[in-house]
Write a protein that binds this ligand. Structure first.
Ligand code: PAF
Length: 288
């Protein structure tokens, strides 16, 4: 097998990409790779002949008061993990390559989904995600791009962007990878101290409680499920920011939980453990 290439410029990436024969699956990341990312790489391998990973901590999706500067960066370890996972090539550009000075900025927006939940708390976040993902897709030109369901709202927005702009790529969403106690894998878990790490399983427990209420008790009132999720979070010292039940495709609020009509529902939660903010979600009562 050929050695893994790395490209730091768009030009190098395009040269490597042009030399690739067969289909290409793309896994965009911000690095600090963990088992969750490697599951995306694994899915990429099932989907295409070649795999390209990008590693780029995207400043455009962080607000000025967020953790852009302190976001974990470990490029050598990430490249080693990619090599180990038989990735064909890694695109790891510096900021000036992705955002060259003197090019007027372009905005892509999916207003129906980008201003609720994460978008309400992080108003510029999804415009930054859409901009970088659209650029990466244009640069890499993959047949398939793989994203985690851990960032459920991001996945739905990217699916909508790709569909509406007729981008020639298939988006694959992969289930969330969890630690043994259920905590969703995330690069930001590294911020948790030992007691916070213990409490963090409260997020998963809250989702399991929602699943039990909807799937076993047949609860149809979204508010009852939302209150129950908040209570479980608080019992685990997680300060809830939101805990909601939404339509699984549009993220719209629901008056009543009717999985047969909507094809299931999604429970989405966000909460703080000290300074660290974590999100998680679970699909409930999906049509089997
Ligand atoms: O999910 C992420 O890691 C990022 O939002 C993405 C999709 C790589 C864009 O920067």
């Amino acid at each position: 097998m050929a050695a893994m290439w790395t490209a730091g410029t768009v030009e190098q990436l395009r040269t490597e990409r042009s030399a690739m024969k067969g289909s290409v699956a793309f896994v965009p990341t911000m690095g600090a790779l963990h088992r969750g990312h490697l599951a995306l790489v694994h899915a990429a391998r099932q989907a295409a002949d070649h795999i390209i990973v990008s590693i780029f901590v995207n400043p455009a999706q962080f607000a000025p008061d967020e953790d852009y500067e302190s976001y974990p960066r470990q490029i050598e370890a990430d490249l080693a993990a990619c090599r180990e996972a038989a990735v064909d090539g890694v695109f790891c550009p510096p900021v000036e390559q992705m955002y060259p000075p003197n090019i007027p900025e372009c905005t892509i927006n999916v207003p129906s989904m980008a201003h609720v939940l994460e978008g309400e708390i992080r108003p510029t976040h999804f415009a930054g995600v859409c901009r970088v993902v659209a650029k990466l897709l244009n640069m890499v030109r993959p047949d398939v791009a793989v994203f985690g369901q851990k960032d459920y709202q991001q996945l739905k927005i990217i699916e909508a962007m790709v569909a509406d702009l007729a981008m020639p790529v298939r988006i694959v969403g992969m289930p969330t990878c969890r630690e043994e106690d259920g905590l969703a894998m995330s690069s930001r878990n590294a911020y948790l101290d030992t007691p916070q790490r213990q409490h963090a399983r409260g997020l998963y427990k809250a989702l399991l409680e929602a699943k039990r209420l909807v799937e076993e008790d047949g609860e149809t009132d979204p508010e009852a499920v939302e209150t129950a999720m908040e209570q479980v979070m608080m019992a685990h010292h997680v300060e809830p920011q939101y805990a909601v039940i939404r339509h699984p495709h549009t993220l719209a609020e629901l008056d009543c939980i009717e999985p047969a009509l909507t094809g299931g529902v999604v429970a989405l939660i966000a909460g703080h453990l000290g300074e660290t903010r974590l999100i998680d979600n679970m699909l409930l009562a999906e049509a089997g």
